[in-house]
Design a protein around this ligand. Structure first.
Ligand code: ZN
Ligand code: ZN
Length: 376
């Protein structure tokens, strides 16, 4: 229950709409915002502060349909009033309620406690390896920088345990209440105490090794065992090898992202390797043995007679190793029949004689194509 008129303090009439009340409130709250009076004489400042509180109180009531109805009927948001009892102050209504309410309405947030455990960050480093290294697996020593708890002060930042005192500004709570202006309204917020940065404690004599930060940055080396079968952009996680946590939080991870250089010949698809292989015109025609490259050495392969361009052949188990299991993909190579060039006169004559001897059925796809092209 308040000793002032809620409508009057906001400068609206009793039949003002919710929107009118809201905009009147914003205007008034801005006008009497404590920040505007911070340099004014104390009496004026105090008065503005009182008015500001009243404005907030009035709005809290008039913006709540239930409380507004009670106020309109009984002159108090708490309903019928009784004199002489313990009803002073009314309804457990506090300043905090207003602000938390304003806050939840406008998406404000309070800063997280500076003393709560925080997980360390993950550190990502990249390493580029050759394709053949991804086939066999490879080991690399990789340097990286990470945040570690200072061993001299065990993370306290203090030279010794007696060089820590409670922060006088926030009395050890780590937060102070501040008021800030935004474009359309003022906000009151508990923010981190700037003196102790929310720690509630102040180090009087900092640790020399970490300049009072409690953490140091060190170069470390990870002996990375990159497994056979790793593919481009795959990563290896080293749990807990990243930045140290704060306030007892766990350390982050070290993530080694592996980039595999492309190979001139092999194209990887899952664990299979693909490539196109030129086959001589004669071998393709008569059939015969060809030497097929694999990452594990050359393998001989028998090409059947009458092999056409585009025919795909498979070498089982000659592909990439699966990175997690002892399984291997396959090789698929596609035949590309090579047409001979720069023939000699004699070769031309021989080929012409050969061509004359061919029956249409001996060039199946030419015959098929001709038949199709005659169709309507
Ligand atoms: Zn230290
Ligand atoms: Zn403080």
């Amino acid at each position: 229950m308040a000793d002032f008129n809620y409508y009057e303090i906001l400068g609206v009439t009793k039949d003002a709409s919710a929107d009118e009340i809201k905009s009147a409130y914003r205007k008034k709250a801005m006008q009497y915002h404590p920040d505007r009076f911070s340099t004014k004489p104390e009496a004026e400042r105090k008065e503005a502060e009182e008015t500001f509180k009243k404005i907030n109180h009035a709005y809290q009531v008039l913006s709540d349909p239930q409380k507004k109805a009670a106020y309109d009927q009984y002159g108090s948001e708490d309903g019928p009033q009784f004199s002489g009892g313990g009803f002073s102050g009314g309804g457990g209504f506090g300043f905090d309620d207003i602000f938390s309410n304003i806050f939840s309405q406008f998406g404000g947030r309070r800063e997280s406690n500076a003393n709560s455990p925080r997980r360390g960050d993950d550190i990502q480093i990249r390493v580029t390896i050759e394709f053949m290294e991804s086939v066999r697996g490879v080991q690399r020593d990789l340097k990286f920088r990470r945040r570690e708890t200072c061993t001299s002060c065990k993370g306290t930042g203090a030279k010794n345990p007696s060089s820590v005192r409670t922060c006088s500004r926030c009395k050890g709570s780590g937060t102070i209440r501040t008021t800030t202006n935004s474009i359309f309204m003022q906000m009151v917020q508990d923010v981190q105490c700037p003196d102790c940065r929310g720690k509630g404690k102040i180090v009087t004599e900092p640790c020399a090794d970490c300049q009072g930060k409690g953490v140091v940055h060190n170069m470390r080396t990870v002996h990375a065992k990159i497994p056979a079968g790793i593919s481009d952009n795959q990563s290896i996680a080293y749990q807990g090898d990243g930045d140290c946590g704060l306030n007892g939080g766990v350390a982050g991870n070290l993530i080694v992202v592996v980039n595999v250089k492309p190979h001139a010949l092999y194209q990887r698809r899952n664990n299979d390797l693909l490539f196109e292989m030129p086959i001589s015109y004669v071998t393709a025609t008569l059939g015969g043995e060809v030497e097929v490259p694999t990452p594990y050495g050359v393998t001989k392969y028998k090409i059947p007679e009458g092999t056409q361009t585009g025919a795909v052949f498979k070498l089982k188990g000659k592909g990439m190793k699966s990175v997690n299991r002892d399984l291997y993909g396959d090789i698929y190579f596609t035949a590309k029949v090579v047409t001979p060039t720069k023939l000699t006169r004699a070769q031309r004559d021989a080929l012409a004689a050969f061509a004359a001897s061919l029956a249409p059925s001996q060039e199946e796809s030419i015959k098929k194509f001709a038949d199709l092209s005659k169709k309507e």
